[in-house]
Design a protein around this ligand. Structure first.
Ligand SMILES: [Zn+2]
Ligand SMILES: [Zn+2]
Length: 322
């Protein structure tokens, strides 16, 4: 009997591995130029790390994690996203050192595992290139990470990429917005999809990025978060946009970019490639100013990006074919 690979994963054969090596080398070189240092964390972590970071009512924690019990009875989970393990390692190894003001800039190239319905551009193991800048609240760092990503796409000719930009606020302004959103949507609650009816109570921001057409139509009338930001978040968002303008990085403001994870604050962004169909997002990220604290560290603002290498290579193929 011949064995086959498990559903949703791929072999990378010798005749295609060169493209992967080239993409990885390009990413490494860009990270070197931007002064990011490599970090390699384990393939699995304590399950609770992802649950705490990502949030209970997210698709990742609810239905996509590869969780198993080891022989010692511990609950472990294969790397379900890139940021939580890096922050865990940053704190555990005191990478900030004595200097609380130090900006720690890290990158990784690592597989991420999600039990997702496999389709073109969506696999149960994908290779993620990511960077995390830990220790600065400055919008300039958000812009740097976006620019690094754009350079990566350009150097691989994985173009055209559009940048969708949003701010999801902070604990000072997001709750007010959520209140406004919920009272606006309440009369139509029954018409929302099953998931959204649940999210309405558990994770209302996620109503904004539902792919269901009825939900999207209802969300057209939703209040816009970036109009309700507190002065601090509004100032940060304005500075980010000004910096991107100076760097000549085009972007589109998009209130539906809330990302699927609970830990984002302020900046949230996504890179999309028109023509890739349903899986047109090739990467994204944002600011997560509360995560280090949530993991037991001192208040430490941070921002990062994660890029799916499989989708970048698909975008590259599409661009080269035209
Ligand atoms: Zn705010
Ligand atoms: Zn929905």
């Amino acid at each position: 009997m011949l064995y086959r690979r498990p559903r949703g994963v791929n072999d990378i054969l010798p005749d295609e591995v060169g493209r992967w090596q080239q993409a990885e080398a390009t990413f490494r070189e860009l990270c070197r130029l931007y002064r990011y240092e490599e970090i390699r964390t384990p393939m699995f972590e304590e399950t609770d790390l992802f649950v705490r970071a990502v949030g209970e009512d997210t698709d990742i924690v609810g239905k996509e994690m590869y969780t198993f019990e080891d022989r010692g009875g511990r609950s472990l989970t294969l790397r379900a996203e890139g940021t939580a393990p890096v922050i865990r390692a940053y704190l555990e190894n005191s990478l900030q050192g004595q200097d609380r003001e130090r900006l720690v800039k890290l990158y990784y190239i690592a597989p991420v595992f999600r039990y997702d319905r496999p389709q073109a551009g969506r696999y149960r193991q994908h290779l993620q290139c990511g960077v995390e800048a830990i220790g600065s609240p400055e919008a300039a760092v958000d812009a740097e990470i976006i620019l690094l990503s754009m350079h990566f796409f350009e150097q691989l000719n994985a173009v055209p990429v559009t940048l969708r930009l949003n701010s999801v606020g902070c604990p000072a302004c997001q709750p007010e917005y959520v209140k406004a959103l919920k009272s606006q949507i309440a009369p139509q609650l029954e018409q929302l999809c099953h998931d959204c009816q649940r999210r309405y109570n558990t994770n209302p921001l996620r109503l904004l990025d539902c792919k269901n057409e009825t939900c999207q139509a209802i969300m057209q009338q939703a209040p816009v978060l970036r109009d309700m930001l507190c002065p601090d978040c509004a100032e940060h968002f304005a500075q980010l946009q000004q910096t991107l303008d100076v760097l000549d990085v085009p972007y589109t403001l998009d209130p539906t970019i809330v990302r699927g994870l609970d830990y984002y604050t302020k900046t949230a962004f996504e890179f999309k490639v028109p023509g890739l169909g349903a899986q047109d997002s090739i990467g994204g990220g944002g600011r997560y100013d509360k995560l280090v604290e949530q993991f037991g560290g001192p208040p430490t603002p941070a921002v990062g990006v994660g890029i799916g290498l499989e989708r970048v290579l698909i975008a590259q193929e599409v661009a080269n074919a035209t």
